[in-house]
Design a protein around this ligand. Structure first.
Ligand code: BG6
Length: 481
């Protein structure tokens, strides 16, 4: 990335997100040469640690992969670590931020002289409760006068519409929308980024992507593990706030939005907001919520917690393209596998002379992870002497088609976008607001105990009630589903 010195400040540097995602993503960009030579990385947190302590924490998460064959992987890691300085300080008082600004300014002075442009990226790998105070110090002490300042924040952005709006107003009073980058890491996933390309540049899909041809769509997220030490956070939020209101809604937007005027970030986000505004209020009969057996054994969750760890919700979009098509959004922890996919099921071909209805319907599946793939389930003649219909697949697995390509990590791509100033894959304030408008009434009903919470076994496919829901909504089961 061309254009002057770059300072990346990771606030919350000793936490899990920074260690597992932020630093490794910055490292990946560094090792591929995407970051400028005039680079400074500052880790800031409350713990009183040395640089070496921080390096020890993060080293194991840095994967050299295929670096320059002329360099030893260890050297690349060490060079990167040498770019990082650790500063410790409070979040609630501003001294630390005064020092932080001095550090950044010193680097800019030394490396960029008086007249070169400088860039400051603040990554808040922090709990949102401290966003307002930290943002206030950044605004007061750390703004760049010789180039841009950008601030990256991560969900949860509030717990419902009111709290999200309050947070948005607090941040909005300090930074402009162009300075704020709300990360939803699902938008950095390779297949999620492929959705618009697939939909809008293939004649196969353009004319059939509508209510005349599509019977139902499922957007599914499954994890084969439970809270895993994150019970305290998770119990307060639950699966709808953790996964559905953000990650899966973003995927829903890309599956359902109209073609944007261009790829300009505002054009893309305008269309997302538009389609979200067409989502009808959620009806209780379209919802199944569950909790896995044993969830309450986690000592970090509340004793008699009723937080859902599973939810399946049918959304309906009231517009010309989608009226009548159920969009079933399903997410669950402690299920039988780890998988995220979009499954589009088409209506039957009219006039079934091959008696193939019982073989199942056409489906187009985008597997976001693991083993990225797109495949189409279609009906064919079974090879042989009989004239018999069978279901088969057109398979575009990335591991077969793109053997030599390393698929970038979501965070890596999104941090690069932040440096480049491209907000297409970040959530705009109004988009966040509409997403909360959709789910807040339901969340309040769930919080008030108005919906039945069913239990399911760990390692299972989730509550059977969820299967009944999709069957009732007209989903026809195909092989392997
Ligand atoms: C996070 C959630 O946003 O996404 C976690 O807070 C979840 O609960 C994670 O495990 C899943 O991300 P990925 O990229 O592994 O599907």
């Amino acid at each position: 990335v061309a254009g002057g010195g770059l300072s990346i400040v990771v606030l919350g540097a000793s936490g899990d997100l920074a260690k597992k995602k932020t630093f490794p993503a910055i490292f990946n960009l560094y090792k591929q040469g995407f970051l400028p030579n005039e680079l400074q990385i500052i880790g800031y947190a409350r713990s009183n640690m040395t640089n070496e302590d921080l390096y020890k924490k993060i080293r194991g998460y840095l994967k050299p992969g295929r670096t320059d064959p002329m360099k030893k992987p260890e050297d690349v890691i060490n060079q990167f670590l040498n770019k990082i300085t650790y500063l410790h300080g409070d979040y609630n008082a501003d001294e630390g931020f005064i020092t932080l600004n001095e550090e950044v300014s010193k680097f800019e002075q030394e490396k960029c002289g008086e007249d070169r442009r400088t860039r400051r990226l603040f990554y808040l790998a922090l709990p949102p409760s401290v966003y307002p105070v930290v943002s206030q110090w950044i605004r007061k002490h750390c703004m760049n006068t010789r180039g841009w300042t950008r601030v990256v924040v991560e969900k949860p952005f509030g717990k419902d519409l009111d709290s999200a709006e309050a947070l948005s107003s607090q941040l909005g009073a300090l930074f402009s929308e162009e300075q704020l980058y709300r990360i939803d890491h699902y938008l950095g996933k390779e297949l999620v980024q492929n959705l618009l390309v697939m939909r809008f540049s293939n004649r196969f899909f353009v004319p059939i992507w509508n209510r005349d041809n599509i019977a139902s769509v499922q957007i599914v997220f499954k994890e084969d593990f439970g809270t895993e030490g994150r019970g305290g956070y998770f119990d307060e939020y639950g699966i709808i706030r953790d996964i559905i209101q953000n990650h899966l809604v973003q995927v829903l937007c890309l599956v359902t939005m109209e073609k944007p005027v261009s790829l300009h970030p505002e054009h893309v986000r305008d269309e997302k907001v538009k389609v979200l505004r067409c989502v009808e209020p959620i009806r209780d009969e379209d919802v199944v919520i569950g909790q896995y057996e044993g969830y309450k054994d986690d000592p970090t969750v509340r004793k008699n917690t009723t937080t859902p760890t599973f939810a399946s919700i049918a959304l309906r979009i009231n517009n010309e393209r989608w009226d009548g098509v159920p969009f079933i959004i399903k997410a669950g922890k402690a299920l039988d596998s780890r998988k995220a996919e979009v499954r589009v099921q088409f209506k039957d071909a009219p006039g079934d002379i091959f008696k193939c209805k019982k073989q199942g319907r056409n489906e187009f599946v985008m597997r976001l992870q693991p083993n990225e793939a797109m495949y189409m389930k279609l009906t064919m003649k079974e090879p042989g002497l009989e004239m018999k219909a069978t279901q088969s697949e057109l398979d575009m697995s990335y591991s077969l088609r793109y053997q030599d390509v390393v698929i970038p990590e979501a965070y890596e791509r999104l941090i690069l976008d932040t440096i480049r100033g491209d907000q297409q894959h970040f959530v705009r304030r109004d988009e966040l607001k509409v997403a909360w408008e959709i789910f807040t009434p339901l969340l309040h009903r769930i919080d008030a105990g108005k919906l039945p919470l069913v239990s399911y076994k760990q390692g299972s496919r989730g509550p059977t009630e969820a299967n009944d829901l999709i069957t009732r909504l007209g989903y026809v089961r195909t092989d392997g589903y």
